[in-house]
Structures are given as C-alpha cells and as structure tokens.
Design a protein around this ligand. Structure first.
Ligand code: GDP
Ligand code: IMO
Ligand code: MG
Length: 426
C-alpha cells in the first residue's frame, strides 16, 4: 500500500475500523482523525484488554506514534478529557504525542441539548443520533457561529464568545424548545478548566502534518462512521453531519488529494446499522438475532442493539466507487460460521423493475426489494485460521464473490477481535 493510507468504513459504521487502524499503526508514523466526533466508538483489543476510543486516534496504544485530531473533527472537551484520563489510568501516556487542531470546533453543552430536543421534534422520523451534539456543532460551523479550539484555550477570547453564544442559544432553548436556559458560570467553570487541561495538546496541525510530510513520514488517516452515513452520499437525512467519504479526509486534515496514496475500505461480512433510516437487507428475524448475538452487535458508544442483515453489494459497489477504494478488509467473517446459508444482495427491485445504481432518496431506498444471491455456509469455527487457504471452501467462495461483485481485491480477512486474528493476503 502507498505511503499515506486512508482507512474508511463502507457501510453504516462499526465495520471494525479501530481494529485495523491499531494493527496498521505499527507501519505508520502518525495516525490522524479528520471528521466526526465522539459519536465514533472504535474498539481495540490489546491482549486481554479492550479499549473503546471516541476522539483519540486508534493508534494511541502504540507508544511511539503521533496521534492527531485534525481540523475536521468536532471535539467535546469533556469527553476528550475523560478519554485522556482513562487512557492514562490504564498506563497509556498521551503527552507529547496527542495533538488537537486549533481549528477543531468545540462541542458545547447546548449542542448536546439541541441534539436531543431536535430529535424529539422529529417524532417517528427520528435519526436516533448518538446525542453527542454532532449535528448542532457542525451546523454552527457551517453557520459561522461556532467556537474553535484556538478560541477555547484563550480565556480572553473564550469568555465573550461564550457570553454571546449563550445569549442566542438560550433564547432558542427557552422560546422555541421550552427548555431551561444554560447558566453562563456553570459552562465557564467547566469549559475553562477543560481548556487549561487540554491547552498543551492544541496546535496548528496543518503545519504539523505538512512538516511530517516533508520529513517523509507516513500518515494513517482514520475515518469514523461509514460511507452510508456520509452527509452527501449516505441515506440522507438518516446520516451523520460530516463528510465521511475519502474526499472529507483532505478538507478534514488540510492535506491535498495528491497526498492520499491509497484507500482501504473496511467492510463487515454482513451489515449492521444503529439508528433510524432505510436498511434494505435488514433481517428482523432469527438470522438478524444470530448475527447480533454472535457478533456482539451492541453499540460501542451508546450500547444500543444494532440492526443486522445480509451484506448489501449494491450499496457496497456505490461506496467503493465514491471513495475510490483500492482494496478491502473484510471483517467479522467468523460471525458467519454456523449459518447454513449466507446471502448477498446483488440488486434492488421496485415492482418489475431492477434499479440502476443506488437511489439518492431515502424514501425510494425504503421501498426497494433486495434481490439476493445465495451462498453455502460453513460449520467450522474459523477464529484460529491464520492463512487464507486454510479457510473452509465455502468461506473462500464467499470472499471471491465479494471481490467479483465489487471489482475490488479483499486484502485482509478478520476472524476475531484480536490483533492476531487477521488473515493477510498478498
Ligand atoms: P469501528 O467503529 O469501525 O471501529 O467498529 P466498532 O469497534 O464499533 O465495532 C466493531 C466490533 O467488532 C468491536 O467490538 C470489535 O472488537 C469487533 N471486531 C472487530 N473485528 C472483528 C472480527 O473479525 N470478528 C469479531 N468477532 N469481532 C470483531
Ligand atoms: P463509528 O466511527 C455507527 C449513527 C447514529 C445515527 C446517525 C447520526 O463507531 O463507526 P450522530 O450522532 O452522528 O448525529 O448520529 O449516525 N452513527 C454511527 N453509527 N457507528 C458510528 O461511528 C456512528 N456515528 C454515528 O447512530 O444513526
Ligand atoms: Mg464503532
């Protein structure tokens, strides 16, 4: 793979990006988050220990790596402070190698309140967000009313900015939503103390990244969420509020497109979705329940049960193209063991018509009927398989089908959550 690698989710998130970033980190000098926020939950297993990272890049468990939270990320200082303390308590020191862009927008308490209040207004059309304030924070960024980290860590700037912001937000909270206003002193006290704590980590990460590039260092770009949750290309409005797809990495990190050498797409061997919105291959039946239990499909951030279903090659083809994916890593393959039959959706039908391409409208996607191709399952437990040719015949056939349906090579097959449970193909 090229010098700088972008790792991105191709479904609805939770594909296993954290595991792959952790494994690949060894080969890179710095790991960079470039979009999303604490809505992400990236799980990394190190020996018997399990870490769930929300804002800190998943390379942090390798002590010599630089970890950068670049400008495109929206950062909740409370969440980040807790995450740093929790890592320290478990022996992972982040000082001198974790960096936050001064251009990152700050998630404020009113963003988190608005997230919940706006959801309540939607009735049965709820997005079922993570309630981490992501949408309202990106909305303020686009409206040019947000507060950035560079401002947060300068009390002389932050104080009047907070007063001005609360003046407007409290009117919206009380008059439109009938909620209680937010107290200036409460926010000032807590946010001022987060600012003091986080100040040493804040810097111009554009300069830093370009400096690393000049020195010939290699970058691993860590996507959060998945392409089907992208604000432009996902199942709008049931999406997150950031540019999840590969284009987002350049604006989210301040790197030119030419500095991204390769795009590795992370794909679960089946599909999951947490939250509302269309999901054509959902199996709200015993197959879905089997996948949920065997795959432990409960949200790493919110603990919510994930909706489960068959792999959707129509959606996957679309996200492979939008991202310019050059190879795939197929995750949670072990979860499929024991199913007598495995299906892949290879087309969408409405009435007698088979759709061309992927519909842009969530309502249209809701109405499609998936056309399935059926594959033979396998009984054997594959969690200890180390080489591709040691997989059951049916499992190899399944991987070959995914390669042929997407026109993309599967370079890695993951058969368990541990670092060692990864089959590399050359
Ligand atoms: P991310 O958001 O893409 O980083 O993924 P999450 O961490 O939210 O969810 C993936 C879950 O699957 C985590 O609990 C991982 O530990 C787990 N996992 C990753 N790869 C595998 C695998 O190959 N097999 C199994 N059984 N679990 C895996
Ligand atoms: P990782 O990085 C799965 C979903 C939420 C909701 C929608 C919008 O762990 O793959 P938001 O809070 O972003 O406004 O919620 O997006 N969502 C995720 N689902 N994995 C994630 O991140 C997600 N981040 C957001 O459930 O449906
Ligand atoms: Mg996750």
């Amino acid at each position: 793979m090229g010098k700088n690698l972008l790792v991105t989710g191709l479904q609805w998130g939770d594909e296993g990006k954290g595991k792959i970033i952790d494994v690949l980190s060894r080969q890179y000098d710095a790991v960079v988050r470039f979009q999303g926020g604490a809505n992400a939950g990236h799980t990394v297993h190190v020996g018997e220990e399990k870490f769930v990272l929300h804002l800190v890049p998943s390379g942090i468990l390798h002590p010599e790596k630089q970890c950068i939270i670049a400008n495109g990320v929206v950062v909740d200082p409370e969440c980040l402070t807790e995450e740093i303390e929790a890592l320290k308590a478990r022996g992972c020191d982040v000082d001198g190698r974790l960096w936050i862009s001064d251009r990152c927008h700050v998630v404020m308490p009113y963003h988190k309140m608005m997230d919940g209040l706006q959801e309540a207004e939607l009735g049965d059309r709820q997005i079922q967000t993570t309630r981490r304030g992501i949408g309202p924070c990106y909305a303020d960024k686009a409206a040019r009313t947000g507060i950035r980290f560079g401002e947060l860590v300068d009390p002389e700037i932050f104080r009047p900015r907070l007063r001005q912001a609360l003046d407007v937000k409290n009117r919206i909270l009380t008059r439109i939503h009938g909620a209680d206003p937010i107290d200036f002193d409460d926010v000032w006290d807590s946010y001022h103390s987060y600012a003091e704590r986080l100040k040493p980590f804040v810097r111009d990460t554009v300069d830093m990244l370009h400096g690393l590039e000049r020195e010939g260092k290699s970058l691993l770009l860590e996507g959060a969420q998945g392409a089907m949750l992208d604000i432009n290309f996902g199942t709008y409005p049931y999406v997150t509020s950031s540019n999840v797809c590969s284009g987002g990495a350049t604006v989210g990190a301040g790197l030119p497109p030419s500095s991204i050498d390769d795009v590795l797409g992370i794909v679960k061997a089946y599909c999951t979705r947490v939250g509302g919105g269309p999901f054509p291959t959902e199996q709200d039946n015993e197959v879905g329940a089997y996948l949920r239990e065997k795959g432990n499909e409960y949200g790493s951030t919110t603990g919510r049960a994930r909706r489960c279903g068959w792999l959707d090659a129509v959606a996957l083809n679309y996200t492979v193209r939008v991202n310019g994916v050059s190879s795939l890593s197929l995750m949670l393959m072990d979860v499929l063991s024991g199913l007598p039959e495995i299906r892949i959706c290879t087309g969408y039908r409405t009435g007698a018509r088979t759709l061309e391409g992927f519909p842009s409208d969530a309502g249209a996607l809701e109405r499609v009927e998936p056309v399935y191709e059926s594959f033979k399952g396998w009984e054997a437990d594959i969690a200890d398989v180390k080489r591709f040719d040691q997989l059951p015949e049916a499992a190899m056939d399944y991987v070959a089908a995914i390669e042929s349906l997407t026109g993309t090579q599967v370079k890695m097959v993951s058969v368990g959550p541990k670092r060692s449970q990864l089959i590399l193909r050359d």
